[in-house]
Design a protein around this ligand. Structure first.
Ligand SMILES: [Zn+2]
Ligand SMILES: [Zn+2]
Ligand SMILES: [Zn+2]
Length: 134
């Protein structure tokens, strides 16, 4: 484990590259560590739709009490499955912004997909992911 960490830290992310967006290798090298991190696991759990357990992606909806729900479930249901309130006409912008900006593994990670990147890159990837449900 220690050796592995040193390996990652030992790579050349020189000063001139600090302003650049890290390339995909940067994320890949960190993915296995990330996915074993309970904080990340907790973070990802907030993107799990409480109804279908799929990863939520924008548009992310919410009920008037603030419970979030994925778009397909929102379109299918008429009341919040958690509190039975009606849905809000406002989407959950905070979750949508988080999704777009934070680095996430592909939702098919557990099936073997190695893709990782900011959420708005995911929207394109996941609809074509070779590990996804066909
Ligand atoms: Zn859902
Ligand atoms: Zn609710
Ligand atoms: Zn994928």
């Amino acid at each position: 484990m220690r050796g592995q960490l040193q390996n990652i830290e030992g790579q050349d992310y020189s000063q001139s590259n600090l302003d650049a967006v890290p390339n995909i290798d940067f994320y890949l090298n960190r993915m296995s560590d990330l996915m074993n991190n309970p904080v990340i696991e907790e973070y990802l759990s907030h993107f799990e739709c409480p109804v279908c357990y799929e990863r939520m992606a924008p548009p992310i909806h919410q009920c008037v009490e603030g419970h979030v729900i994925c778009n397909p479930c929102f379109l299918r249901l008429i009341i919040c499955p958690k509190c039975r309130s009606k849905f809000s006409e406002f989407r959950c912008k905070a979750m949508e912004t988080l999704y777009k900006n934070v680095i996430l593994p592909c939702k098919n990670y557990s099936k073997g997909c190695k893709f990782i990147g900011p959420g708005d890159v995911h929207i394109g990837h996941e609809s074509n992911c070779e590990f996804g449900d066909k």
